[in-house]
Design a protein around this ligand. Structure first.
Ligand code: PAF
Length: 282
């Protein structure tokens, strides 16, 4: 596996690939890789000739400085995991200057309704930061296909919208959430949880599964109430939001219409670690 730390070296590595009409897949990450990331890389390896993986903890998408400082950074073990895949991987690990130049700041985007709810509502500026860094990374890597996990489902829709707005020549591929055996969605932030918290956090997935099971037989207000009650009974988790939304617009659902596709979304704090998860309901 070749590792480059600046965009010039990355471009020269990719130059001959492009000349030879090779397909470039891209998996952008913030590191602390887990099986969810590896599933994205494996899929990208299957569908492309070479896969660029970026590891860069992007400061502009954090609304909370403690979260940024405490975000796990474990480059050596990340490298070992990627090496273990034995694929044609080019790892790009830039610093702030390589991505932003002198001024580390977000551009302002307008994703209208898509960004006003859930993650966009509770993490001010988050999607401007994500869209800024993803635009910059797309410009640097110029991939044919880019892979994102459905755990960040709203992010996935925002990035599809970004590509549509800027008319970028990249195909965005969303990949299913990868879970621990007990159902907890894989997340780099799980590394900050104690073994006890890891156990408690499974309530998030259990709740989503219960909502899915009851979706056809209960009204949406009743399900909202059920979830709120459940979290009130569990002091080790603090619910930030629960929402059932139409899956393509993320419009909050008030009632279940037969032809629409719905997903349920949760954000909750376990101690000071913020966790998100979501699930298709029909
Ligand atoms: O999903 C993530 O890890 C990040 O938001 C991304 C897409 C790598 C941008 O920093």
């Amino acid at each position: 596996m070749i590792v480059v730390t600046d965009k010039k070296s990355l471009a020269s590595q990719l130059f001959s690939q492009r000349q030879n009409d090779k397909k470039i897949g891209f998996v952008p990450t913030m590191g602390a890789l887990h099986r969810g990331h590896l599933a994205l890389v494996n899929r990208a390896l299957k569908e492309n000739d070479i896969v660029v993986v970026s590891i860069y903890v992007n400061p502009t998408q954090f609304d909370n400085q403690t979260d940024l400082q405490k975000y796990p950074r474990i480059l050596q073990s990340d490298k070992a995991l990627l090496e273990g895949l034995n694929g044609n991987i080019l790892l790009y690990t830039p610093n702030n200057e390589d991505i932003y130049g002198e001024e580390v700041r977000s551009e302002a985007f307008n994703f209208s309704e898509l960004e006003r709810k859930m993650e966009g509502k509770y993490r001010k500026g988050h999607f401007d930061g994500v869209a800024t860094v993803v635009s910059k990374l797309f410009e640097i890597v110029k991939p044919h296909r880019a892979y994102f996990g459905e755990k960040d489902f709203q992010q996935l829709l925002i990035i599809k919208e970004l590509v549509r707005m800027k008319n970028l020549p990249v195909e965005i591929i969303g990949c299913p959430i990868v879970r621990e055996e007990n159902g907890l969605a894989m997340s780099s932030r799980n590394k900050r949880l104690t073994p006890e918290q890891l156990e408690k956090a499974t309530i998030i997935h259990q709740t989503l599964s219960d909502v899915r099971e009851k979706f056809e037989s209960h009204t949406i207000p009743a399900l909202n109430e059920m979830v709120r009650e459940r979290f009130l009974q569990e002091p080790s988790l603090e619910l930030e939001y629960f929402q059932i939304a139409e899956a393509s617009t993320l419009e909050e659902a008030k009632q279940n219409k037969a032809d629409d596709q719905y997903r349920a979304f949760i954000a909750a704090y376990c101690g000071e670690v913020r966790l998100i998860d979501n699930m298709a309901l029909n």
